[in-house]
Design a protein around this ligand. Sequence first.
Ligand code: GAR
Length: 224
Amino acid sequence: MKHRPESGNTTEKSVVILISGRGSNMQVLLEAELPCCRIAAVISSKADVPGLDIAMQHGITTQVVAHRDHPDRESFDAALAATIDLYQPDLVVLAGFMRILTSNFVAHYQGRLINIHPSLLPSYGGLDTHERALRDGVKIHGCTVHFVTPDLDHGPIIIQAAVPVLMDDTPATLEERVLREEHRIYPQAVRWFCSGYLSLEANGRVLLNRMKQPGAALIAPGLE
Ligand code: GAR
């Protein structure tokens, strides 16, 4: 993804990324060199997180809108939206952004706010997704990119990746396997959006006019 501050290319989409911590999804987006995308800023809900250092090393404008500086969700979201809107983004990308957003905020970015979540939604919204999947004994787990709606970790699904859950998995090994797939599907979703292949229809459905459909089943454990 290109991240120079200004561009003469009017077809390029402006993207703002929101983070709260490590920033590995943000990093793969920065390093993907996606055509048609320009990262205008990275905004963190926490100061001093590793993701901010990574963004700065990539020469990206960074901002902190700390949730701790605000008495309630409404005032935090208003400050966050005011900061985001300085960059007039076509797309706002939640990349490990760990705050619950108000419905006013979500409505303001309707159709241009996407999130990545470490489970195959609608299963395992919320926290501790890998622990919960292991506890339930599911054999297939994964990650989801979706448009954000006021319902936490719900919303029209853009792309998912599934991974097998192995007999000796721990939450950490499963997280690692899922995160690898997050790093593959998030750049894909952002590229689709910025290339104009992806949109959210008025009826709430995802419209994607570039889709390979290999159709192979993922079976775990595998057939013998
Ligand atoms: C990622 O696994 C992401 O899917 C998850 O937080 C992690 C952030 O990692 N997001 C959520 O749980 C949102 N509900 P990162 O900061 O290294 O990208």
